[in-house]
Design a protein around this ligand. Structure first.
Ligand SMILES: NC(=O)c1ccc[n+]([C@@H]2O[C@H](COP(=O)([O-])OP(=O)(O)OC[C@H]3O[C@@H](n4cnc5c(N)ncnc54)[C@H](O)[C@@H]3O)[C@@H](O)[C@H]2O)c1
Length: 285
């Protein structure tokens, strides 16, 4: 099957990055959201990426022009879905919300359309069961920031067909990504490790083991991670991180119990870079 049109559902941290990448590679891409402000912010962020990319010689003027022609945004989810060959779902990591969105996608997307979820943790078998086409559902897990991170983790559900996996593999390659194929297990490979390290860093912060800056510095310089776990949490979004941990706690047990301090930050609206403040303060950036 040839993919002409991709619908990205959810224009947050990930959806906007995914839409940028698919449109830059020449796919007609429609980015949808339920909040007009999110779509406006996504358009601004994508324009910035184009400008920076051009400044660094990574995006040519003709690619930028092509991207503009390929990418559109809308609040009309149903209308957008009617054009879909391929849907990438990137709404928050909450099971009930994913269930609701997948049912909508299933209802309005043409029968041939494949549905890939950018879920970080949730079983694609479960996500497929919320649709009438489980053979056409899998997880296609991108990383943040999408335009810079090379990997896509492809996770196949019990009913996912070979054809669906091949299509996702081809799309990932066409947008310049490397892939790994992972069995359906909560948290896959990357989110399970990342959630564990990020949560442990929050427990350390809560216990006063070191300052946030020193925890991050220790992990960067001592363990050679490109980013400290608390900085990474702020980039991911602390609400997203907490949702991941809640799912992993429910499915894999006690070792993933979210740190109370993380719960507190999220309650206070300190969600990380996207809200201006998380572990660190970004309001003057
Ligand atoms: N943030 C990360 O670093 C990261 C990395 C990999 C995967 N993920 C996964 O990607 C998914 C999205 O995460 P995010 O960080 O982009 O979340 P986010 O909160 O930044 O954005 C989610 C977007 O979905 C929109 N939305 C909510 N309900 C909707 C609906 N009914 N229809 C259409 N849009 C709706 C919201 O308005 C928001 O714009 C999650 O499953 C998350 O686990 C996140």
């Amino acid at each position: 099957m040839k993919i002409n049109t991709i619908i990205v559902v959810g224009a947050g941290v990930m959806g906007r990055g995914i839409a940028y990448s698919t449109a830059l590679s020449g796919y007609q891409t429609i980015l949808v959201d339920v909040h007009a402000q999110q779509l406006a912010d996504a358009s601004t962020a994508i324009s910035k990426l184009v400008q920076t990319g051009m400044g660094r010689g990574k995006v040519t003027a003709s690619q930028a022009k092509h991207l503009e022609a390929c990418l559109s945004t809308t609040l009309d989810v149903q209308q957008a879905l009617s054009h879909a060959d391929f849907v990438i779902e990137a709404v928050p990591e909450q099971r009930n919300l994913k269930k609701e969105i997948l049912a909508t996608v299933d209802q309005y997307a043409p029968a041939h359309a494949v549905i890939a979820s950018n879920t970080s943790t949730i079983s694609p078998t479960e996500l497929g069961s919320y649709t009438s086409r489980p053979a056409q559902v899998a997880a296609m897990h991108f990383f943040n920031p999408v335009h810079r991170m090379k990997l896509v983790e492809i996770v196949r559900g019990l009913e996912t067909s070979d054809k669906t996996i091949q299509l996702i593999q081809r799309l990932a390659e066409n947008i310049g990504k490397e892939t790994v194929h992972v069995r359906d297990f909560p948290g896959f490979v990357t989110s399970r490790i990342s959630a564990m390290i990020g949560n442990e860093a929050f427990y350390m912060l809560q216990e006063g083991v070191a300052s946030a800056a020193d925890i991050d510095k220790a992990i960067r310089l001592g363990l050679h991670f490109p980013m400290g776990p608390l900085e990474l949490g702020d980039l991911v979004g602390l609400d997203t991180r907490l949702n991941n941990l809640r799912y992993l706690h429910e499915t894999l047990g006690e070792k993933f119990r979210p740190a109370p301090l993380l719960e507190q930050y999220v309650k206070a609206g300190r969600l990380g870079r996207k809200s201006g403040r998380g572990v660190y303060d970004y309001r003057n950036e």
